[in-house]
Design a binder for this molecule. Structure first.
Ligand code: C2E
Ligand code: CA
Ligand code: CA
Length: 505
């Protein structure tokens, strides 16, 4: 719609007003003259002039009313459909005309959410005004970028939405790359060190198209993934990702209730003496008993590490272990130490060691029966913190094992600086040694080095007789793996404690 500015309206109004006043004055004078000389004068011309002026006045009035109407209409349109900052369409416009735009593209379209990466930082570092300018520049680039029948809008803050024609994924990806490069180039300003980057979430609309909000949700979903990329931040929506996130969301929604409903259960996997096969300890491994089956920790621990719930879950498992040890102690069974896995999040939690002490004392369990397993990568990343936590744990009599040794960096610096009671060799590290003398030497050398430190060596994931023979021969102390036993439910483990017979195939 054509714009009518307030200024031009005012000028038009002034001209018309002056004309009206002049007309009215002239009419008045003419009428006076007319009345004065009514009988004698030639009355023709003032009457005509009067009529013309009246018509003009009515015309001007109609024109004003029409102008006012147009302006009102335009104001309404602008508030409803135009983004005041960039002058481009707003979200409402895109939403209400989505079907229309889609038809114009023959249904072959993709919805793209564009986000200015770290826009908040731009506002904070360069000021609000500069931030606004960036958004205006982005809108300008998009204005030239979209082809006929394509459209875009500013959706909210630093998010734009584009509806573009889509033929095939490769061409579209290339086009997106070009757009990213163009925006980076045209919106960045080297002199002020303002570097702009954008992330794009792309959803290829199916035929028949899904409702607008579903398409938008999927494009947003892809955007979240795109933001995590380091180089070319564009991502197409993939159904598998969404299912995963939905599953994660469901876990998050149900985890607290599951904890209070005691859906998390401790399984215990025996650790056996390599030489005799006798039980020397166990590792507590959590399982989630859901109505539709048992869920393994690899599926939910990463989710709980992200949202912090792991702090509660680990403590729950630790308390369950203390409770079991207390029961078996009261039954007069000869006990073995039980190890509990603790997430890296505990290292930075000052309540960690005090909580452990409280649990151990309230169940009346000697602390040497409780072991903490910390993974190697955790320790590697927080060496100093780990040192202080380890010292604290040792002061109160808990044992500490380094888990998954050989799976990651295996920093010798960690071994040099921290004193562990045992080191667990990762099953990946122990794998593939058959017919590989070089690998055998590495494993043997590692075991010897650890033994020299007076630290117990535990081999994880021991599955075959061949592994047992080799690991026993090179001096490993303790074995854990399916060869000896799978993780057991608490009552099955109690049975193994009672029987106290060698385990293994
Ligand atoms: P992990 O600490 O390395 O635990 C050993 C994993 O190897 C267990 O898997 C165990 O069932 C499996 N395993 C044992 N023997 C064998 C074998 O001979 N062959 C093979 N292929 N696998 C074997 P699980 O129970 O699924 O646990 C996976 C990981 O989840 C654990 O790895 C641990 O990092 C974590 N996890 C388990 N329970 C807890 C917990 O209560 N808290 C925390 N923070 N993490 C836990
Ligand atoms: Ca472990
Ligand atoms: Ca392990």
């Amino acid at each position: 719609m054509k714009r009518i500015s307030y200024r031009s309206f005012f000028i038009l109004f002034c001209i018309a007003f002056v004309a009206l006043v002049a007309g009215a004055v002239y009419c008045g004078l003419s009428l006076r003259e007319l009345l004065k000389n009514y009988a004698t004068a030639d009355v023709q011309w003032p009457l005509v002039a009067c009529g013309i002026l009246c018509a003009l006045a009515i015309g001007a009035l109609i024109f004003f009313v029409w102008l006012l109407y147009r302006m009102g209409q335009e104001r309404l349109y602008r508030t409803a459909y135009v983004d005041p900052l960039t002058g481009s369409h707003n979200f409402h416009s895109m939403y209400t005309r989505f079907e229309e735009h889609l038809t114009a593209l023959n249904g072959k379209a993709a919805l793209v959410v564009l986000n200015v990466v770290k826009f908040k930082v731009i506002n904070d570092l360069h000021g609000y005004q500069r931030g606004n300018e960036v958004l205006q520049q982005v809108a300008q680039v998009l204005e030239h970028f979209v082809a006929e029948n394509e459209t875009f809008c500013r959706m909210s803050a630093d998010n734009f939405l584009l509806l573009l024609s889509f033929e095939n994924k490769n061409d579209f990806a290339q086009r997106m790359m070009k757009l990213i490069t163009q925006l980076r180039r045209e919106c960045s300003a080297e002199e002020t060190r303002l570097m702009i980057d954008v992330a794009l979430g792309i959803y290829e609309l199916p035929t028949p198209a899904v409702p607008f909000y579903i398409a938008l949700d999927r494009a947003h979903f892809a955007l979240e993934k795109a933001k995590t990329l380091s180089l070319h931040k564009y991502q197409f929506f993939a159904e598998e990702d969404r299912s995963r996130v939905v599953a994660e969301q469901q876990m998050e929604n149900t985890m607290h209730r599951a904890l209070s409903n005691r859906e998390f259960e401790v399984y215990l996997q025996p650790k056996c003496d390599f030489k005799t096969g006798h039980l020397r300890g166990a590792e507590a491994l959590v399982r989630w008993n859901k109505t539709d089956g048992i869920v393994r920790p690899d599926e939910f621990i990463p989710v709980f590490e992200k949202n912090g719930f792991i702090l509660q879950l680990d403590m729950f498992i630790f308390e369950e272990v203390a409770r079991l040890l207390q029961q078996w102690q009261e039954k007069g069974l000869s006990l073995v130490p039980i190890a509990v896995n603790f997430s890296r999040l505990h290292l930075n939690d000052d309540r960690f060691v005090p909580q452990m002490r409280r649990v151990a004392s309230s169940y009346n369990v000697a602390t040497h029966l409780l072991e903490v397993e910390l993974t190697e990568s955790v320790i590697f990343n927080n060496l100093q913190r780990a040192q202080s936590v380890l010292n604290n744990l040792h002061r109160y009599g808990f044992s500490v094992a380094m888990d998954d040794f050989g799976a990651g960096y295996s920093s010798l610096n960690v071994l040099k600086n921290l004193h562990f009671d045992s080191i667990k060799l990762d099953k990946e590290f122990l794998g593939g040694f058959q017919d590989n003398p070089y690998a055998q030497n590495v494993i043997e050398g590692t075991v010897k080095m650890i033994k020299k430190l007076n630290v117990q060596v535990v081999a994880e994931g021991v599955e075959t007789r061949e592994q047992v023979d080799f690991l026993k021969q090179i001096g490993c102390d303790i074995a854990q793996g399916y060869f000896f036993s799978r993780p057991l439910k608490a009552d099955a483990f109690e049975q193994a404690l009672k029987e106290n017979v060698p385990l293994g195939k």
